[in-house]
Design a protein around this ligand. Structure first.
Ligand SMILES: NC(=O)c1ccc[n+]([C@@H]2O[C@H](COP(=O)([O-])OP(=O)(O)OC[C@H]3O[C@@H](n4cnc5c(N)ncnc54)[C@H](O)[C@@H]3O)[C@@H](O)[C@H]2O)c1
Ligand SMILES: [Zn+2]
Ligand SMILES: [Zn+2]
Length: 363
């Protein structure tokens, strides 16, 4: 079928809205009419040499199933779904309910192509367009997803806003609630108050952490963090951040969480831990981390986390339930844009004016 998609043709080009021919769904796949797709910082990885061009990015889609491929038995046409990351379902970590640590996580999600190297999309020039980014490529009117990376949701929800639950929001919340297992009454310092960091702030409040410190460079994001549950905020440009965290907590934070990917910030996050504390890292590293092994003395831990270590089909409905109860207002992070304004949305996210753009296909 002919669809409309935001196609990235070279690393530094703007996205161009193009007509693309999309085939499928094939075995185990579903065709989804996209209602909305969030922009996550990880989409910028699609601009690097890791991903072949041209490519359709977007990995926080939501929408309605329009067709199911052979072998798909538990999803039906008309089902509202949130699209998440893909996994194989049969490796050891998938079987152990850690699909984000699937042996095939990188080839299935971060190449733009299917695991067999194929793509279901063709451009107007007759050449292939990579359209399997996170097994969805949802900056488009339609996407091919898999039975394993869609999460069916209730019909009575604002479907176009739910896509970010499939990556950024799930990553921040899952890191706190699942991977780190933040305990009631404990302390956490969260570095970076973008989509992932602010989801972590809300989840820390849900977990009952009583000291929630947010660190960011943008005062507007720190204000939003305070509104969402941060008990303290710190300007990331300060040169005494660890001292400020020690002053607030007494002996350091039980948990720290880096979403910036900046090596100097990761080091600060590790140095701000109390003995036995755990630092979680999710930001895409912008350089090597040089670690003084003594920084982990006192039983401190360092954990690299993907997708909050969540099982999307279990965790996304839980987050929706928390949202319904007013305890997880992730919609406050969202600014909607028509898909045709994707370049403005990308610029707004980069400058800090929009936390979580959601692109709505033009109809
Ligand atoms: N591991 C995973 O599974 C996973 C999933 C989603 C996103 N990510 C990654 O997580 C990171 C965060 O994603 P996002 O969508 O929230 O990005 P974002 O750009 O919205 O947020 C990053 C925040 O970090 C802040 N920041 C930058 N430098 C800082 C500094 N020196 N001190 C304090 N704050 C600083 C920025 O102001 C911004 O608010 C990205 O690197 C993204 O690629 C990882
Ligand atoms: Zn697997
Ligand atoms: Zn993401």
């Amino acid at each position: 079928m002919l669809i409309n998609a935001a196609v990235l043709r070279t690393a530094d080009a703007p996205y161009a809205i193009e007509n693309v021919e999309l085939n499928g769904p094939g075995p185990g796949e579903v065709l989804v009419k996209i209602a909305g797709a969030g922009l996550c910082h990880t989409d910028v990885l699609g601009r690097t040499e890791l991903v072949g061009k041209p490519v359709i990015l977007g990995h926080e889609g939501s929408g309605t199933i329009e067709a199911v491929g052979p072998g798909v038995t538990d999803l039906a046409v008309g089902d509202p779904v949130v699209l998440s990351f893909d996994s194989c379902g049969t490796c050891t970590n998938c079987r152990a309910a850690h699909p984000a640590y699937c042996a095939q996580f990188f080839p299935r999600n971060l190449t733009g192509l299917a695991i067999d190297g194929s793509t279901p999309a063709t451009g107007e020039d007759g050449k292939p367009v990579a359209a399997r980014w996170f097994a969805q490529s949802s900056f488009a009117t339609h996407a091919i997803a898999t039975a394993r990376n869609v999460v069916r949701v209730d019909p009575d929800l604002p479907l176009e806003l739910l896509g970010p639950l499939g990556c950024g929001i799930q990553t921040g919340a899952g890191s706190v609630l699942i991977a780190l297992g933040v305990a009631a009454g404990s302390s956490i310092a969260i570095f970076g108050a973008g989509g992932v960091g602010l989801a972590a702030v809300m989840a820390a409040a849900v977990a009952g952490a009583t000291t929630i410190i947010a660190v960011d460079l943008h005062p507007s994001r720190l204000d939003l963090a305070a509104e969402l549950g941060a008990t303290h905020t710190i300007n990331g440009a300060d040169d005494d951040i660890t001292a400020q965290i020690l002053a607030i907590t007494g002996d350091g934070a039980q948990y720290t969480f880096d979403t910036t990917g900046v090596p100097a910030v990761m080091t600060t996050a590790i140095n701000s831990l109390r003995p036995t504390g755990t630092c979680g890292l999710v930001g895409i590293a912008q350089g090597d981390l040089v670690l003084d092994p003594m920084a982990l003395a006192g039983g401190r831990n360092l954990m690299g986390i993907l997708e909050g270590d969540a099982v999307p089909q279990l965790f996304v409905p839980q987050l929706i339930q928390l949202w319904k109860q007013g305890r997880f207002p992730f919609d406050k992070l969202i600014t909607t844009y028509p898909l045709s304004q994707i370049n403005q949305a990308e610029a707004a996210a980069a400058s800090g004016t929009a936390v979580k753009p959601v692109l709505i296909p033009d109809r």
